[in-house]
Design a protein. Sequence first.
Length: 133
Amino acid sequence: MRVGLSLWFLVLGCEPRQRSEAKAIVSALERYEAASANEKSSELGRLSSMRCTEPATCEARDSCVAFARTNMVAVQALDGVKIRMRDIESGLLAKDDPIAIALPTRLTFVEALLHRSEAELLQCKEAVNRALR
């Protein structure tokens, strides 16, 4: 029966809705990951507003949105640290300035966010794989 259904979808040139929605999530996630730091917010918006009609694809979308949100915050925070480091190197920010002194703590925060986003990305990929079956 399953082979017959697959053949039927192939002959008609269509595929189950869940699979096509999952593929769209994969494409949106790829666009998010390829986006520059400035473009990530709009790609996150596109991903989070994707329509889903199947429970498995809604779970996958939501899981991938959670990853992208955490990742975007981490990328923005890391960019802020890089800017402050350049400010210190160029002399625009004194090493004993409270902002400069707080940078190691900020880096610890960024590292924690990156670890969290890695775990969320794994959950996202697992959810997408389930939806693709």
